[in-house]
Design a protein around this ligand. Structure first.
Ligand SMILES: NC(=O)c1ccc[n+]([C@@H]2O[C@H](COP(=O)([O-])OP(=O)(O)OC[C@H]3O[C@@H](n4cnc5c(N)ncnc54)[C@H](OP(=O)(O)O)[C@@H]3O)[C@@H](O)[C@H]2O)c1
Length: 155
């Protein structure tokens, strides 16, 4: 059974750093790198020794979870690690914030984490780990971080 680590938000920021850092520590056959930017995910392949599978998908799009489910059913991997590091924040008054941005934060910062975790769990065995990246903003009131903070509190 192929051992894999699934890392979302792998195209930049913390998700990418997890890929680069864990390359030296993880005993896995493949890192499944998830984000929208295919080019950035492909670039990762040149930066690490571990095999990287680029999985370009928009985690606010329900369709992508069907694709991920299919991939998991096909490969039946041993998922040793899931890191949910994708996320974004728009900081504005609730009144002025676009509905699409508010919805997007809930979809990506909360719902995608729940869905990825639900999909991966049947393929995770003893000793496997899940890491969800939240934010200190989840625990303190901060001006203009209304929907963002709530979305991070829920995750
Ligand atoms: N940086 C901080 O100081 C900090 C502190 C506390 C909490 N956080 C939380 O951690 C998250 C990640 O932080 P970061 O600094 O690593 O941010 P980042 O550099 O902006 O990385 C965000 C990652 O999420 C991916 N992403 C965004 N929208 C997506 C979508 N619709 N579908 C799939 N992937 C998507 C991005 O890739 P694509 O654009 O290629 O899709 C990127 O890989 C933040 O959003 C925040 O919630 C960050």
């Amino acid at each position: 059974m192929k051992k894999v680590a699934i890392i979302t938000g792998a195209s930049s920021g913390m998700g990418k750093e997890f890929v680069l850092t864990l390359d030296n520590y993880l005993n896995v056959d493949e890192i499944w790198a998830v984000a929208r930017s295919k080019a950035a995910l492909e670039d990762l392949k040149k930066m690490v020794n571990t095999e990287v599978r680029a999985i370009p998908m928009d985690l606010t799009d329900q369709e992508c979870f069907f694709k991920m489910q299919e991939l998991l059913e096909e490969e039946k991997p041993d998922v040793r690690l899931l890191i949910n590091a994708s996320g974004f924040g728009i900081f504005d008054s609730t009144n002025d914030m676009k509905m699409a941005d508010a919805e997007g934060m809930v979809d990506l910062n909360c719902k995608a984490i729940v869905k990825m975790t639900k999909l991966a769990l049947p393929y995770m065995y003893e000793g496997a780990r899940i890491m969800n990246i939240a934010s200190m903003a989840a625990f303190q009131p901060t001006p203009y971080m209304n929907v963002y903070s709530a979305s991070r509190h829920l995750c």
